[in-house]
Design a protein around this ligand. Structure first.
Ligand SMILES: Nc1ncnc2c1ncn2[C@@H]1O[C@H](COP(=O)(O)OP(=O)(O)O)[C@@H](O)[C@H]1O
Ligand SMILES: [Mg+2]
Length: 429
């Protein structure tokens, strides 16, 4: 089996089309490799209600009947997929009825499910996450990227919540690095003053009602001023700089509107409350379409419906992706045309306000070029961009190869960093 890539789909709020996206995106990806979609929003049974096929085994059988997760994967049938175009797609349904122990599972259930997801036989695993940020959600998220965030125009609370997810993931990693379980702590040789200083600062940044440290960039600056060039300072800066955000805009309704009511507020909010340093990549968008909604109501994923018009312009997408690929591997300078290529949206925001407005301009241009695409082309584009990203970037940036437990995360963090086993921590202040 090739190396598996796991992509959680999350949103701060429900109702933004997370499940709709997760299903159709998984179908699109399955044209490129074996893809399994797992319903982790187990309270709503949303996936089984959106795909009208008989389900023999679901998460109930995994938790209560000791079936392997691989045995609980359901494929499409001849009615939904007569030409077997999507034979590489499968999904793990949530239980038929609300079962509290499966909806709000404890640590034991969670560990069992994480281990089983890591063992799933697939090239791509897509997780339809529950909205919100409780431990049942966040423990399935990667430590160093956002998976795919879904948000949508005209829903400010969902946009705000999307950047809160980034914040929560980053803070989880920082807290882990500076926890007493961390090898970092051992190197402090019992220096509890340092440990308290850091954790107190982290508390203050995370507390939205405490304005003394606005965001992680202020936190990093504070550390640099207090500690100078110190392992703690470097670790915090590196954690922020390496973090990657990937998002898709659903219910796209035109360039200006989506841009002003979703993209800009998202990036502004991320910049002021989390950090201006992490890289933000737009993977595309899904247009608002009655056909998508009708398909949901009829329990047939929209991508399984035959396009009414002629096939989407695959060639243009293909050509553009080829250009991206050439640029990424350094074979070719970016084409010199007025419109910047979408690859530039992957650049981090670390150059400050200029970079922010540049990023926004690039997104605008991309939207302008593609605003007439239909939803088939949208899903094709997003899946191609994701595949491109996985080929060219590290798993830690997008599509991790497994769901790391905290102790695995610590091990891998400290295996590759050059933190010595003992260090001179100097004096405080
Ligand atoms: N691109 C779209 N165009 C039209 N309707 C959509 C689109 N995406 C989602 N919807 C509709 O929005 C509602 C919420 O979608 P759903 O996928 O269940 O959201 P979530 O999983 O975030 O709660 C559904 O009625 C769905 O049919
Ligand atoms: Mg849902």
């Amino acid at each position: 089996m090739a190396i598996k890539r796991i992509i959680p789909i999350s949103s701060g709020k429900g109702g933004v089309g997370k499940t709709t996206f997760a299903i159709n995106y998984s179908l699109a990806l399955s044209r490129h490799g074996k893809t399994v979609l797992v319903d982790l929003d187990t309270g709503t049974s949303a996936i089984r209600n959106a795909i009208d096929v008989p389900i023999e085994k679901d998460l109930y059988h995994f938790f209560r009947r000791n079936e392997s997760l691989n045995a609980c994967v359901t494929g499409l049938d001849d009615r939904l997929d007569p030409e077997r175009r999507y034979r590489n797609f499968g999904f793990v349904a949530g239980p038929m009825h609300l079962i509290d122990e499966i909806t709000n599972f404890g640590a034991g259930h969670k560990a069992k499910l994480i281990a089983a997801i890591n063992q799933l036989d697939a090239d791509y695993v897509i997780l339809d996450m529950r909205a919100g940020l409780d431990a049942n959600v966040i423990d399935f998220l990667p430590f160093s990227n956002s998976g795919i965030l879904i948000f949508t125009p005209h829903l400010p609370s969902a946009t705000l919540a999307a950047s809160d997810i980034v914040k929560a993931i980053l803070f989880r990693k920082l807290r882990l690095i500076f926890s007493k379980e961390s090898p970092f702590f051992e190197t402090m040789g019992g220096r509890l003053d340092f440990w308290r200083l850091i954790n107190d600062l982290i508390d203050r940044v995370e507390d939205v009602y405490d304005s003394s440290v606005q965001n992680l960039d202020a936190f990093a600056l504070d550390l640099a001023q207090n500690l100078g060039d110190h392992p703690i300072t470097r670790t915090v800066q590196q954690t922020i700089d390496e973090f990657r955000v990937h998002y898709v805009l659903n219910l796209f309704n035109g360039v200006e509107d989506s841009f002003n009511t979703a993209v800009k507020p998202f990036i502004d909010n991320l910049t002021s409350n989390v950090s201006a340093r992490c890289g933000v990549t737009n993977l595309g968008w899904i247009t608002r379409s009655d056909a998508i909604h009708r398909a949901n109501c009829n329990k047939i994923p929209a991508l399984l419906l035959r396009p009414e018009k002629k096939a989407p312009k695959q060639d243009r997408v293909g050509k553009e992706l080829e250009e991206l690929r050439m640029m990424a591997i350094g074979l070719e300078p970016p084409p010199s045309r007025k419109a910047p290529a979408p690859a530039e949206t992957t650049r981090g925001l670390s150059e400050g306000a200029d970079a922010l407005s540049n990023q926004l301009n690039v997104l605008k241009t991309m939207f302008d070029q593609k605003k007439n695409d239909d939803y088939y082309a949208n899903f094709d584009y997003v899946s191609q961009r994701a595949l491109f990203t996985m080929r060219n970037r590290r798993p830690s940036e997008f599509g991790d190869t497994r769901i790391y437990t905290p102790s695995e995360m610590l091990t891998s963090l400290f295996a590759k960093s050059n933190v010595p086993t003992t260090m001179d921590w100097g004096e405080l202040e």
